[in-house]
Design a protein around this ligand. Structure first.
Ligand SMILES: *Cc1c(COP(=O)(O)O)cnc(C)c1O
Length: 420
């Protein structure tokens, strides 16, 4: 209960007074919902602020080895990016004043779009505020009432929200299962348009989507194919071009069959901001119909400058992603030998699958005490009973840091076994 006007305690006692009345707090339900989350070990809290992103981070005066980050190439605090931002701010100022279509689009936005299209060898590219915004805007621009979407059961939340925002019918196929997808496609010839959408590298399991099969099905059933390369961009494929390129070596026809590619600068490239690559027609359509593009302020030109600098590094240092993936493979093997279940991981994202959310929280806490940060990932980020610790390996992690991790995971694993 609360007073709808601030009232001295004395006035409350003398109620009813003109202008004062008891009301139910319309947000009362929140406290109950939060308590319920806490009872289920699903409560999340905003962490204390962190220092500079890197292989180690400082939190509340403590330095932790950071295996929580998606800064896969270790670029987030690279001085070349910082320099690019400073220079761009001096030349372009900070804010852009409006959405790109109104007056927000700078020379650097233009350069970055051209560069992306060249890099991924597509006709065109379009920048979005984030790749969450890209997914939320692109999907409803492609399909509507009378259409159908076919999505992997483990697609990212932003894809799911994009699907919900469209008025198309949604069909979910079991994770990375092309034959389940085909069964769904077989019975859907009556839809006006159809869209297959999938992550290429799954953000929690670290496994790859079966892209050649998805592309074949898209062609066979005359569906559009949209792929989210967010975690793969900068890491997989020739020159960091993503998983479409990774598979293109064995399936040269693949690139041409992918209609929409979504990526981010926020992960391996160490900056922030999303983008979509595809045909000129697609980009023109999105600039008309993707509401998160049309109705959102253009990001600072300095962000484009930083992304361009990050692309320069990715293009000049091809060793970095290859070394990261080799290191991840070696580490995965060692963790499996210790008894950890790493699922289908085939990338720099290595889940340590534990099942119950409480177990994930406890292990994460034990590791934190040893100076390591691996976040506990719980529903709704993963399905019920699939809680895990998410290990993100980056190019900035050193040999000794990895040894510290393996030693801690050895102790924690044998501790778990003793308890069973
Ligand atoms: C992180 C993530 C996004 C969102 O990217 P942002 O640019 O950070 O908004 C989109 N899709 C997938 C698969 C992701 O993992």
């Amino acid at each position: 209960m609360y007073w709808s006007h601030p009232a001295p305690l004395q006035a409350m006692a003398d109620s009813p007074l003109p202008g004062y009345h008891w009301t139910m707090d319309p947000l009362n339900w929140i406290a109950e919902e939060l308590a319920q989350l806490e009872r289920s070990d699903l409560l999340r809290s905003v962490p204390p602020p962190l220092g500079v992103q890197g292989a180690t981070v400082e939190q509340a005066g403590r330095r932790l080895i950071n295996f929580a980050s998606n800064d896969y190439l270790g670029l987030a605090a690279d001085p070349r990016l910082t320099e690019a931002v400073i220079r761009a701010c001096q030349q372009h100022g900070v804010g852009r004043g409006a959405s790109p279509l109104v007056c927000g689009r700078s020379q650097l936005h233009d350069q970055l779009e051209l560069r992306l299209a060249q890099f991924l060898q597509t006709e065109a590219a379009l920048l979005f505020p984030t790749s969450f915004a890209a997914n939320a805007g692109v999907i409803p621009a492609l399909v509507d009432r009378g259409d159908a979407i076919y999505g992997d059961a483990k697609n990212h939340a932003s894809i799911i929200d994009g699907c919900r925002l469209s008025r198309a019918e949604r069909h979910i196929y079991s994770h990375a299962d092309a034959s389940a997808l085909e069964q769904l496609l077989q019975t859907g010839a009556h839809y006006r348009r159809r869209l297959i959408v999938s992550d290429t590298l799954f953000s929690m399991d670290g496994d790859l989507a079966p892209l050649p099969e998805l592309a074949t099905l898209a062609e066979k059933y005359d569906a559009m194919l949209m792929l989210d390369e967010t975690h793969a961009f900068g890491v997989f494929g020739s020159g960091g071009r993503g998983i479409v390129e990774h598979f293109a070596a064995a399936h040269p026809e693949l690139s041409a069959r992918v209609d929409v590619r979504v990526g981010t600068f926020g992960k391996a490239l160490g900056v922030a901001g999303g983008f979509v690559c595809g045909s000129r027609g697609l980009v023109r359509w999105l600039a008309n119909r993707a509401r998160t593009y049309v109705f959102s302020t253009a990001h600072p030109a300095a962000l484009s400058a930083a992304a361009l600098a990050a692309l320069d590094i990715v293009e000049s240092d091809r060793q970095r992603p290859a070394a990261l993936l080799a290191e991840a493979q070696a580490l995965r093997g060692r963790l499996q030998q210790l008894g950890w279940d790493t699922g289908r991981s085939a990338s720099q994202i290595i889940p340590l699958r534990v099942g119950a959310p409480r177990a994930a929280l406890q292990i994460s806490e034990q590791l934190r005490k040893r100076g390591l940060w691996l976040p506990a990932i719980r529903p709704p980020s993963v399905p019920p009973r699939e809680s895990l610790l998410r290990l993100g390996l980056t190019a900035a992690h050193t040999g000794p840091m990895i040894e510290t991790l393996v030693a801690a995971l050895t102790e924690v694993e044998s501790g778990n076994r003793d308890r069973q």
